[in-house]
Design a protein around this ligand. Structure first.
Ligand SMILES: [Zn+2]
Length: 322
């Protein structure tokens, strides 16, 4: 599918700092490590899941298909080493997206699946047997208690997706919150492919309002930290400020004049000019700070997304006709 031409130049970007790459994966392509006590995380270097071992069964958090059957291997490995059951009895969905759920059915139908009520609706709509809808749902919060362990699930509004929840492990000094902060890396296209832009931009502050030291962000090869969240917040705040400045300073009139009857050509000229002006200083500032900041399309499209939200969610979208 990939033409040779499209792969040209992909090795020309700045090297990825060792500090954002995690431990090496094993022969099967996964790494499993302890977060704290009986809470573990699994990665294939790009995606992350987590699980809790208890005397009554294992609770699995997300099932990314890229890790797939290695989730089973990772759980078996730890259960054998710790002398506890490897039976997965519960599974929590962070949100409905396929790339974090599509290995769910590996664990069979005899598992209690838990998620936000919107996750259930969206999984029923997707109608994919690989991603069974949760049986147990909640609207605002849910305390999961299994084998003497406690996990607090909470929904604080839409952000990356309509149903993305905060998974807090109060007795493990840890939190899991997916697809908003990619510790040490820039978000991918369009603000990490997010639905609700103001919700996405506000989410890191909510995340930091919880007490935790270890952060399972769902992506890349290492656990994240509170410092990672702070750098991400600064990156987003810098884009917001830069987009505001560009919206205020780029004169749209010449673009609409040049577009003539083709109003959409004028829109393109104007919004491209605003985005160009806004994103360039961000790429310069964050290259060497956040991995892949020099993959310019990512910051460009994220800047465009935030700029549109400033116009349409926050307003004003433009002057009111006199
Ligand atoms: Zn997602």
């Amino acid at each position: 599918m990939t033409s040779p031409a499209s792969a040209d130049g992909l090795s020309d970007y700045a090297p990825i700092p060792r500090s954002v790459l995690g431990p090496a994966v094993n022969e099967q392509g996964y790494y499993v490590g302890r977060v704290e006590r009986n809470l573990y995380w699994v990665t294939d270097g790009v995606y992350q899941a987590a699980f809790l071992t208890t005397p009554d069964g294992v609770v699995l958090f997300d099932a990314p298909p890229t890790i797939g059957h290695n989730l089973r291997r990772a759980i078996d490995e730890i259960a054998a080493a710790e002398g506890v059951t490897n039976k997965v009895t519960h599974m929590v969905y962070s949100h409905h997206h396929d790339d974090h759920t599509a290995a769910s059915s590996i664990f069979g139908s005899d598992v209690v699946r838990i998620g936000h009520e919107e996750t259930r609706r969206l999984l029923l709509r997707a109608n994919n047997p690989a991603r069974p809808a949760p049986d147990v749902t909640f609207a605002d919060s849910y305390t999961l208690q299994v084998g003497g362990e406690r996990v607090e699930l909470a929904w604080h509004g839409p952000n990356h997706s309509p149903d993305n929840i905060y998974i807090h492990f109060p007795d493990h000094d840890a939190v899991m919150f997916i697809d908003v902060v990619n510790g040490g890396w820039v978000p991918i296209y369009n603000l990490n492919l997010s639905d609700d832009v103001p919700g996405y931009m506000a989410a890191p502050a909510t995340l930091l309002s919880y007490p935790w030291t270890h952060f399972i962000s769902g992506h890349m090869g290492r656990l994240s930290t509170r410092d990672d969240v702070a750098v991400h917040q600064q990156y987003i705040a810098d884009i917001e400020a830069s987009a505001k400045e560009a919206l205020a300073s780029v004169n749209p009139v010449p673009y609409y004049v040049a577009g003539g009857e083709n109003f959409w050509a004028g829109v393109k000229g104007h919004l491209d000019a605003v985005t160009e002006r806004a994103y360039a200083p961000i790429v310069a500032k964050y290259t060497g700070v956040l991995a892949a900041a020099d993959v310019e399309e990512l910051t460009y499209t994220t800047t465009f997304t935030i700029m549109q939200s400033l116009r349409l969610d926050s307003g004003p979208s433009g002057p009111v006709h006199p």
